[in-house]
Design a protein around this ligand. Structure first.
Ligand SMILES: [Zn+2]
Ligand SMILES: [Zn+2]
Length: 257
């Protein structure tokens, strides 16, 4: 069994055939999916979807792209939503200095505030970071301990992965590991300790080979897992078992599987 630790099931790309997508995931051995909030409406919808399915859990948070929209009352409402039994993490939060959909100043402020809230409510964090690894690491170091977390869709190099692991984070590998030119992520997926590794789709984005360029969906996480197993020279089952256990532990999913 595999766990897709990061999908955006609420997005409009799944509006027409969400139930079929979820069925295909189950049929492909994806026994669990974490659906990720990126702002207040999507966090609400993530919980709604999770409420309808035993094998789906949700997160709540403001993605760095939406940092300009963050305000106190929205964060308070997210804090209330986080009390739902289906919410297993706070995120995705972080810094994205590649696209700059929100100003760097607001991204930093929103990230710091949400780290503090995640600590208060005792949830692990799901972190998004693009072209801002150095800045993000500085903030994490200055912010004190958390209830664990994962760097999702990891895009840094092996050394950077080591810095995050030293701080207690897991590393989640997306479908880009199947792209032959993605040297960093392939090296990280091959070399980091199995006990820190998780797999994700980031669906509907970043479909793995052989579906690159198409809409991604949780069923496709098996292509990512099998490429990682191949890179590491281990059985698919061993990779699936380890990544599933890591996700169960971080998101405290043990009681429902
Ligand atoms: Zn992300
Ligand atoms: Zn995402």
């Amino acid at each position: 069994m595999l766990i897709d630790t990061h999908a955006h099931l609420d997005m409009e790309e799944f509006e027409r055939d969400r139930e079929a997508v979820l069925l295909r995931a189950l049929q492909s051995g994806v026994g669990h999916i974490i659906t990720i909030g990126i702002d207040l409406p999507s966090s609400r919808k993530a919980i709604e979807i999770a409420d309808k399915h035993d094998h789906i859990h949700a997160t709540v948070g403001y993605h760095p792209h939406h940092a300009d929209e963050v305000n106190t009352s929205a964060l308070r409402e997210l804090g209330d939503l986080a009390q739902s039994p289906k919410v297993v993490a706070w995120g995705e939060i972080g810094l994205d200095f590649f696209r700059l959909h929100s100003s760097p100043q607001n991204q930093v402020k929103a990230f710091e505030r949400q780290l503090d809230i995640a600590r208060e409510v005792g949830l692990p964090v799901v972190i998004h970071v693009r072209d801002a690894h150095k800045e993000l690491i500085e903030i994490l170091k200055g912010r004190g301990s958390l209830s664990g977390g994962v760097i999702h869709c990891f895009s840094g190099d092996y050394e950077t992965a080591g810095v995050f692991m030293d701080m207690g984070f897991s590393i989640s590998i997306p479908g880009t590991v199947t792209y032959k030119k993605a040297a960093y992520v392939r090296e990280v997926a091959a070399k980091i300790p199995l006990g820190r590794l998780m797999v994700e789709t980031d669906a509907p984005f970043l479909a793995p080979v052989p579906f690159r360029g198409k809409r991604n969906e949780p069923a496709f996480v098996k292509f990512t897992a099998s490429e990682i197993a191949r890179l590491r020279g281990i059985d698919f089952e061993a990779l699936a078992e380890a990544t599933t256990k890591n996700a169960q532990t971080l998101f405290k999913l043990t009681d429902i599987l």
